[in-house]
Design a protein around this ligand. Structure first.
Ligand SMILES: Cc1cc2nc3c(=O)[nH]c(=O)nc-3n(C[C@H](O)[C@H](O)[C@H](O)COP(=O)(O)OP(=O)(O)OC[C@H]3O[C@@H](n4cnc5c(N)ncnc54)[C@H](O)[C@@H]3O)c2cc1C
Length: 396
């Protein structure tokens, strides 16, 4: 009987893992992807969509269009529970048996932890989904018509910081082009203990680099802050201060998604060993944002470790290779020492950030600003979408 590989999530991790297992094992396996979204969105380009240089169609691919021509089944449903003892996944419609399960369900954006924080029921925006980015774009257009203070950054327990640095640089650049910057104070407000910490203790000279850049651009900084609540026009800090805004975009606290959280730690992130296997259920492979990764150091206000797309794709390839190795009775490969390469847009230029490994102490770590980095970021978007559209998961 063919082994059943079920993959949860149709994004960076899920699609890469599914394509790789199928590439490695071919007709010996049945691969099924279950995802709550029928589209893949190239999330790193959402800040560009918010500011108007991308349309939804430019950065979206249909998951079925990627998978089905390669013999991988796609089920557009939401996972409600995993039953590891019965080797089953339950969605709102039915149960699916598995021999191996890959979990790449990303984060639950836990806005409910902070009153008033939410693009749906509150007063803040964020960049983490296409819907939220489209709402943010409308809010940005309104701000241009009726200028006022912008606040960008992250709440306690957020674990993705890069996009809000990018938005600070990009909004500053757009406002200067429109000769409006003097009407829009920009504040970067963060749970990070210092600028450039990014949940990983900084990369290279990121602290000094970002302090200098923000000082040069007159972007005010408030770090090491937790948020108590958000009112329609001000953010109330746990320390007692208030930050007024007309547009606030904040990364919410992250949690694991409800359907898989029972396999994880108290915040629902799922532990994995050096082979990306769940410590108690060795046929379950948590990867990407869904996987638990302990912070390198405690911070006064809790922050999470970002699991970038770059890291997630590496994890997905390692998990797929290990499933194939296990099926063929070969030795598994440990790939837990991940590095990270990121391109941060800065308006006219961009910065290349490298950390190897992700968590300190490191062999290599630097940040470098250049115009070519901006072009590299644009080219990478085109390359990644081309690669995924054609199912070339083998490529870097
Ligand atoms: C604005 C922005 C900019 C970024 N920039 C960069 C960058 O420049 N470089 C970089 O390397 N990384 C970047 N990242 C990070 C990168 O996008 C993430 O690391 C990556 O998306 C993680 O992939 P994932 O598969 O773990 O989860 P996600 O991309 O979050 O996908 C989760 C998937 O699971 C599905 N799902 C969720 N719950 C369920 C459920 N219950 N049942 C079934 N399916 C479910 C979702 O529909 C989705 O398909 C950025 C992220 C954002 C938001």
């Amino acid at each position: 009987m063919k082994k059943k590989i079920v993959v949860l999530g149709g994004s960076f991790g899920g699609l890469t893992a599914a394509l790789e297992v199928k590439r490695l094992m071919g007709a010996k396996v049945d691969v099924t992807v279950i995802s709550a979204d029928k589209d893949f969105v190239f999330l790193p380009s959402l800040p560009w969509l918010i500011l108007g240089s991308r349309r939804q169609a430019d950065i979206t691919l249909g998951v079925a269009d990627i998978l089905e021509p390669r013999g991988i089944a796609f089920i557009h449903e939401t996972v409600q529970a995993v039953k590891p003892d019965e080797l089953k996944v339950c969605t709102e419609k039915q149960e699916y048996p598995y021999d191996y399960l890959v979990i790449s369900t990303g984060p639950h954006l836990s806005c409910e932890e902070i009153p008033g924080l939410s693009p749906d029921k509150g007063y803040t925006h964020c960049t983490f989904t296409m819907d939220y980015a489209l709402k943010s774009r409308e809010a940005w257009k309104k701000l241009l018509e009726n200028p006022g203070p912008i606040v960008l950054g992250s709440t306690q327990l957020a674990s993705c910081f890069g996009p809000y640095y990018e938005l600070a640089f990009e909004m500053d650049y757009e406002l200067r082009k429109r000769k409006m910057r003097h009407k829009v104070p920009i504040t970067y407000l963060s749970s990070e203990p210092y600028l450039g910490h990014m949940g990983v203790g900084g990369l290279g000279m990121s602290r000094r680099f970002l302090e200098d850049e923000f000082a040069r651009l007159d972007i005010k900084t408030i770090t090491s802050q937790a948020i108590d609540e958000v009112a329609p026009d001000e953010i109330r800090l746990a320390g007692g201060g208030k930050v007024p805004f007309k547009l606030a975009m904040l990364a919410p606290p992250f949690k694991g998604v409800a359907g898989v959280a029972s396999l994880g730690n108290p915040r629902g992130f799922i532990p994995a060993d050096n082979y990306y296997r769940h410590p108690e259920h060795s046929n379950i492979y948590p990867i990407g944002v869904a996987m638990a990764l302990a912070p390198p150091e405690p911070t006064p206000v809790p922050t999470g470790v970002p699991k970038t797309g770059f890291m997630t794709v590496r994890m997905a390839k390692a998990a797929a290779a290990n499933i194939a190795a296990d099926l063929e009775n070969h030795a598994l490969v440990s790939e837990k020492e991940l590095s990270v390469v990121c391109l941060m847009d800065m308006g006219r230029t961009a910065a290349l950030m490298v950390a190897d490994p992700v968590l300190p102490p490191r062999q290599r770590s630097y940040i470098k600003k250049a115009v070519w980095a901006k072009w590299a970021k644009v080219l990478f978007e085109k390359y990644f979408l081309w690669k995924l559209r054609h199912g070339y998961s083998r490529l870097p």
